[in-house]
Design a protein around this ligand. Structure first.
Ligand code: NAP
Ligand code: HSE
Length: 429
């Protein structure tokens, strides 16, 4: 009879429930896939009286100790989210000699290296594929198949909720709030969707991607972040008119030995492959010195796509256990590259300004930009109403600090009624 490997779930929400049901679907194949039966024997939840579709009530517990102290459970799958108590539970599981699979980017973007070191010291697996870009295999490829490269850029759409919202607003004229509500109903959004719409979730994923791609420690607080809450229908329609699409983009680049990271809405030319990644789909571009460009695309959120990544990790842990080779693959910051000063990151910018409609104003705007070393690539003036005109400018590529200096001067000019939008425009590396 095949050996049985027992795992426990911490959390039975969107992802945890999905993992349980997906393993039920696949369980008959496990002896062939891994050489053992694989069962989830306990499931930790906050409220064990609540029915959970497909999960027998006798497996539910509200006490983590029931799992920690069960010597038959060798793998803990953490799908609760947040830092506390997830961190304590994972540390306790590792201390008890249990392997860990998690989808928790909040935790990994802060404490990933420390947890990875603990796991490696104990010869245990800590796998976290689902923490970035949901069902898309991207972290394991970075830690295995792409290890022969010097990776210089990782860039992409890494949040399904915001991509779903921006796609709904651009293609179906949806209202922001309605699109967010729908993303929540579909299970894409975080427990607190502020993390999605303010770009925090994407910033956590960028920290994890940068850490793995550049073998250097990058944490959540290192990532400058801007969300999508300030994007207006007008920005979307200007973008359309000018041949662009607005996406929330995460960037991690190694520029001359310094790491640039950031998350912000960005105008992408319509022909750019990321411009047609819509709905809850995510996509990540990787550039390596040997590989050149590769793009990984797929569902970035939701029950089964995320469960697919978690179950893949779980199967990999079982295989390592049975081959006695656990703890082989880990985050290792051996390069220790420094972060680039924030103001040095170079981009093109889209500016939408409301100005007094008087002769010479356009010249003053151009003058301020020019005096701060900001070249102009495109200008449109529109929407003249009584005394106010709207000026839209796309700049040449310039260091962010120069753009910020120009914006500070605009803010002090009485003829500029408002800076309605400042967006980055894609300009390559
Ligand atoms: P969720 O639907 O809110 O589910 C969370 C589950 O954890 C619930 O079953 C909850 O129990 C349980 N839980 C939370 N705190 C607990 C505690 N202190 N003690 C015991 N149980 C606790 O969340 P989710 O969307 O499945 O996300 C889970 C994790 O996966 C998060 O780290 C998230 O960032 C990550 N993730 C999510 C997606 C996605 O598409 N949703 C994609 C990739 C990664 P109750 O049910 O009793 O409240
Ligand atoms: N809330 C996240 C998203 C879940 O929308 O992408 C996947 O990590």
């Amino acid at each position: 009879m095949a050996k049985t490997i027992q795992a426990a779930l911490l959390g039975a929400g969107t992802v945890g429930g999905g993992v349980y049901r997906l393993l039920e679907r696949r369980k008959g194949e496990m002896p062939d896939k891994i050489g053992a039966e694989l069962v989830i024997s306990k499931v930790l939840v906050r409220d064990a009286t609540k029915p959970r579709a497909g999960i027998p009530a006798e497996k539910l517990t509200e006490r983590f100790e029931d799992i920690l102290n069960d010597p038959d459970i060798s793998i803990v799958i953490e799908l609760m989210g947040g830092i506390d108590p997830a961190k304590q539970y994972i540390e306790a599981a590792l201390a008890a000699g249990k392997h860990v699979v998690t989808a928790n980017k909040d935790l990994l973007a802060e404490h990933g290296f420390a947890l990875a070191r603990t796991a490696a010291e104990r010869g245990l697996d800590l796998r976290f594929e689902a923490s970035v870009a949901g069902g898309i295999p991207i972290l394991t490829p970075l830690m295995t198949c792409l290890e022969g490269n010097d990776i210089t850029e990782v860039m992409g759409i890494v949040n399904g909720t915001t991509n779903f919202i921006l796609t709904g607003m651009a293609n179906e004229g949806m209202d922001f709030a309605d699109a967010l509500k729908m993303a929540q109903e579909l299970g894409y959004a975080e427990a607190d969707p502020t993390a999605d719409v303010e770009g925090l979730d994407a910033a956590r994923k960028v920290a994890i991607l940068a850490s793995l791609a550049f073998h250097s420690k990058v944490t959540f607080s290192d990532v400058p972040v801007e969300g999508i809450t300030k994007i207006r229908a007008k920005d979307i329609s200007y973008a359309k008119e000018m041949g662009y699409v607005i996406k929330l983009i995460g960037i991690a680049r190694n520029t001359d030995g310094e790491i640039e990271v950031g998350v912000s809405p960005m105008m992408l030319p319509k022909a750019h492959p990321l411009a047609s990644v819509n709905g809850s789909f995510n996509a990540v571009f990787v550039h390596g010195d040997a590989l050149d460009d590769a793009m990984f695309q797929g569902r970035g959120a939701g029950e089964l796509p995320t469960a697919s990544a978690v179950l893949g990790d779980l199967i990999a842990v079982c295989r390592d256990m049975l081959a006695n080779c656990s703890g082989r693959i880990r985050m290792n910051p051996y390069k220790g590259l420094p972060l680039q000063a924030r103001g040095n990151a170079a981009h093109r910018f889209f500016l939408r300004l409301k100005v007094e409609d008087r002769p010479g104003i356009l010249a003053s705007v151009a003058g301020v930009l020019g005096n701060n070393g900001v070249g102009i690539s495109q200008v449109i003036q529109k929407q003249r109403t009584e005394e106010v005109a709207e000026i839209v400018v796309i700049t040449d590529r310039v260091a962010t600090r120069h753009m910020e200096d120009a914006l500070a001067i605009f803010r002090s000019m009485s003829v500029i009624r408002s800076i309605s939008s400042v967006l980055r425009v894609y300009s390559g590396q």
